[in-house]
Design a protein around this ligand. Structure first.
Ligand code: FES
Ligand SMILES: [Fe+2]
Length: 370
């Protein structure tokens, strides 16, 4: 798990101006709320007075109120009121980390790290969102009982489809391509590939979509990732009929993942098809979850000698190469220390404000040495 990337925090409609939303990402708790101007804010959940959970409090006058002694914190994380000192300005140390927010695609994202704006890795843009000829399904959020890197690698693995997704026609990699390493291309902060799939049982597999143009023997499909936790899958049934699927993944901790899934399509555009397409997608997701939940070890091994990787795993290897680059930047959370000190020390992901002011109460989350 890494600091310094964009993470999905909540569905937009979960973040309200009259009650805080509490969640856990990267093993730590966060609180989100809206001010009256409609802006969403994401703060560290731990009150710096004596450790109350801000997410268990309430929202009043554009501030989240701690339920223990009523200290108020604005969207910028600064304490605006200490009820026992009503006539005094709260001390400068009375502040919690406040993270940069972007609200897009019905999702509230937070940048969980301290990099200044011009150095931040990007939040992936869904260029076709809201464009004519495209339709987005309602946002789907689901939990995976597996480490997020395992989930990401599953999305970057074209050879599992044949076995894990029989109801999709058991798509297998085109026979001429099977033995070759995947042609994986580098993109900014990530990599991607496209490959041809043969559908063993095309008619059966794509029947669930009830669209004659998807009853095809061959499909071009592929996947890519941006950063450690944003995954994209492209499925091209034909020149005109496509799915583009976006998975924004939030590690809850090092054993569980919350996935925010946006499905874009160029066919069956009538809204009446949304529910059915959503159900088909969830069946596929559950097939993956059933496999991921049983992987051993839960986290990928530290060395490739503890697995037998083959050419069709090429995209997984390239993904791991990217993770090593993030390790070298010193962004990997030291989860062993975090867990060993759980209950003794409250940590926060450092926010960009820590680069410009001092006197922060909580320790920054422990990181592995670069
Ligand atoms: S612990 Fe939050 S106000 Fe006291
Ligand atoms: Fe899958």
């Amino acid at each position: 798990m890494y600091i310094n990337f964009w993470y999905p925090i909540a569905a937009a409609d979960e973040v309200k101006a009259d009650a805080p939303f509490r969640t856990q990402v990267l093993g730590l708790r966060f609180v989100a709320f809206r001010t009256q101007d409609g802006r969403a804010h994401v703060l560290s959940d731990v009150c710096v007075h004596r450790g109350g959970s801000l997410g268990k409090g309430w929202v009043r006058d554009d501030a989240v109120v701690c339920p223990y002694h009523g200290w108020r914190f604005g969207g910028d994380g600064r304490c605006t009121l200490i009820p026992t000192l009503p006539d005094e300005a709260p001390p400068a140390r009375a502040k919690v980390d406040s993270y940069p927010v972007q609200e897009k695609y019905g999702i509230v994202f937070a940048f969980l790290g301290d990099l200044p704006e011009n150095e931040r890795p990007p939040l992936h843009t869904i260029g076709e969102f809201g464009q004519p000829g495209w339709r987005a399904n309602k946002l789907t959020v689901f939990e995976v009982p597996a480490y997020y890197e395992r989930s990401m690698e599953n999305g970057l693995d074209p050879s599992h489809n044949e076995f894990v997704h029989p109801a999709q026609g058991s798509p297998n990699i085109n026979a001429n391509l099977r033995k070759k390493p995947l042609d994986v291309q580098e993109v900014p902060w990530g990599s991607q590939f496209l490959v041809r799939f043969e559908n063993k049982e095309a008619a059966k597999g794509t029947k669930a979509l009830a669209d004659k143009d998807t009853l095809v023997d061959e499909v071009t499909a592929g996947s890519g990732h941006v950063g450690p936790n944003q995954m994209i899958t492209w499925i091209r049934f034909s020149e005109t009929n496509m799915f583009h699927q976006y998975f924004f993944e939030a590690p809850i901790d090092d054993t569980r993942t919350r996935v925010f899934f946006v499905n874009m399509r160029t066919f069956l555009l009538d809204p009446q098809h949304d529910d059915r397409i959503g159900r088909v997608n969830l069946v596929v997701a559950q097939e993956d979850i059933n496999i991921l939940a049983e992987l051993d070890p839960v986290q990928t091994p530290d060395t490739t000698t503890k697995e037998v990787l083959v050419p069709s795993d090429r995209a997984v290897v390239v993904y791991r190469d990217w993770l090593k680059k993030f390790d070298q930047r010193g962004w990997r959370i030291d989860t062993d220390t975090l867990k060993a000190r759980k209950g003794k020390v409250a940590y926060a992901i450092p926010c960009p404000g820590r680069r410009t002011s001092g006197n922060w109460v909580l320790d920054p989350v422990p990181l592995q040495k670069a």
